[in-house]
Structure formats: structure tokens, C-alpha cells
Ligand binder design. Structure first.
Ligand code: Z5A
Length: 215
């Protein structure tokens, strides 16, 4: 747990299928944290470092056909950079780190939906992260067909996958939310403002010093 690292760092990962609202709600969360004067770092995966952003372009390139093993290793290569160069140093400085996706994405997409095997993926992920776990994970839960309808613009390689793949990802998240430690599930349907209130309430119940109840 990162709460053991340095002086009071806190690492929260945000997860969910395509269109679940992670980017929207993370943007609103950071605005709210800024208004409350609470320092934080918002990062995304794959990406978050110069090498990671290049890997992101490869792994999401809709014109590339890559095998599941390559896909897994690309996500983990991006994560190794991200953990070592961004997350660990920030936690050692005592910062609040909010990540748009982390290891649960790899378990859901590659381990389960792609069929690479959860235990194998866990071991490789542990190598990539040096065992760094988030202090908590927020799962934004939404019907995958609704999430896909929200999609705008040209679909990337993952978004272009068949609807059945995205349904398998959604089922995987449901299973993982039960088995992984520290997962809070937030229903992400309904008006954005209501989802944001549910999210803030859940965060402030767990970490009131970082997410003030009246914030
Ligand atoms: N991936 C993986 O396979 N393995 C891994 O280890 C990792 C990732 C780390 C990353 O793409 C892809 O890589 C991702 C998983 C895979 N692929 N998929 N599919 P990304 O980072 O570019 O994409 P994403 O994370 O899936 O982002 P997204 O599709 O944009 O989803 P989102 O961030 O959760 O949603 P959003 O952008 O906030 O909202 C989508 C739209 O819905 C937008 O127009 C909003 O205005 C709208 N929205 C949001 N909330 C609402 C509500 N409440 N009502 C109505 N409309 C709403």
C-alpha cells in the first residue's frame, strides 16, 4: 500500500469500461480539489511519461494488428515507466495521485477479456510495478452498451473491438470488484452532476482529509 511510502502519499486508481466517465469525473474532481486547495497529481494510463505516451500511440493505433501478448507487454512497459518515474516519486513526496486506469484495467482487459489468464498477468504486472498497489480503486460501473453509445470521434484499436469484448470487460470488472481489495463501486448512470456527488461522497467517507465532506 502506498500509505506506507514516504510521508502520507495516497494513490487512487479510477477504473471502468469504455465511456464509463472516468475522464469526465476526474476532471471535475481535480477542479474541486483545486478549489479546496488540495494538492494532487492527475495521470493516465497508458501514458503519463514521454515513453508511455509513445507506447500509447502504438497500442491504441487502429491500423496496427498486434497479438494479445504484445498488447499486454506494451501496457506493462508503459506502467513500469509510469510507476518508477511518476507515481513512486510523487507518493514519496506525500502527494495525492489520481490515476485514470491502473492494474485492474490489465486484469479485466488482458487477463480476463483477452483470455491471457489472471494469475499470469498478475505476476507480470507485479514485475512491472515492483508490487505497488493503489490504496483504493474506484470502479465507475456502467452498462457497456450505454458506454459505447457515448463514444464520440474515431474509435481507437481497443474501442473498435466487438461489443461482446466490451461486455466481457464489464463482466470482468464486476468479478474483480468482488475479489480485489479496496474497490469502491460507483453507479455511473444518470446525470453527470449526480454521479460526481456520489463519487465525492464515497471518497470523503474514506479519506475525509483529502476530500473534505463539504468540498
Ligand atoms: N487498456 C487495456 O486494455 N489495458 C490496460 O492495462 C490499460 C488500458 C491501462 C485506453 O484508452 C484503452 O486501453 C482502454 C482500455 C485499454 N480502452 N478501451 N476501450 P483511453 O484511455 O483513451 O480510453 P478510456 O479510458 O476507455 O476512455 P473513454 O472511452 O473516453 O472513457 P471514460 O474516460 O471513462 O469516459 P469519458 O471520456 O469521461 O466520457 C465519455 C463520454 O460520455 C463523453 O462524451 C462524456 O461527456 C460522456 N459522459 C460522461 N458521463 C456522462 C453521464 N453521466 N451522462 C451522459 N454522458 C456522460
Amino acid at each position: 500500500m502506498s500509505e506506507g511510502i514516504g510521508s502520507g502519499g495516497l494513490f487512487i486508481a479510477f477504473e471502468g469500461g469504455e465511456g464509463a466517465g472516468k475522464s469526465t469525473h476526474l476532471r471535475r474532481l481535480t477542479e474541486r480539489l483545486e478549489r479546496a486547495g488540495i494538492a494532487h497529481l492527475l495521470v493516465r494510463e497508458p501514458g503519463g511519461t514521454p515513453a508511455g505516451e509513445r507506447i500509447r500511440r502504438i497500442v491504441l493505433d487502429r491500423d496496427l494488428s498486434i497479438c494479445p501478448e504484445t498488447e499486454l507487454l506494451l501496457y506493462l512497459a508503459s506502467r513500469a515507466e509510469f510507476v518508477k518515474r511518476v507515481v513512486k516519486p510523487a507518493l514519496e513526496r506525500g502527494e495525492l495521485v489520481l490515476a485514470d486506469r491502473y492494474e485492474m484495467s490489465t486484469y479485466a482487459y488482458q487477463g480476463i477479456a483477452r483470455g491471457l489468464g489472471l494469475e499470469r498477468v498478475r505476476k507480470l504486472n507485479e514485475f512491472a510495478t515492483g508490487g505497488l498497489k493503489p490504496d483504493g480503486t474506484v470502479l465507475l460501473a456502467l452498462d457497456p452498451d450505454v458506454g459505447r453509445e457515448r463514444q464520440r470521434g474515431q474509435a481507437d484499436r481497443l474501442e473498435s473491438e466487438h461489443a461482446d469484448f466490451h461486455r466481457a470487460v464489464a463482466r470482468a470488472y464486476t468479478v474483480l470488484a468482488e475479489s480485489e481489495p479496496g474497490v469502491v463501486t460507483i453507479a455511473s448512470d444518470g446525470p453527470t452532476v449526480e454521479v460526481q456527488e456520489r463519487l465525492w461522497l464515497a471518497l470523503s467517507e474514506r479519506w475525509p482529509d483529502r476530500f473534505p465532506p463539504a468540498g
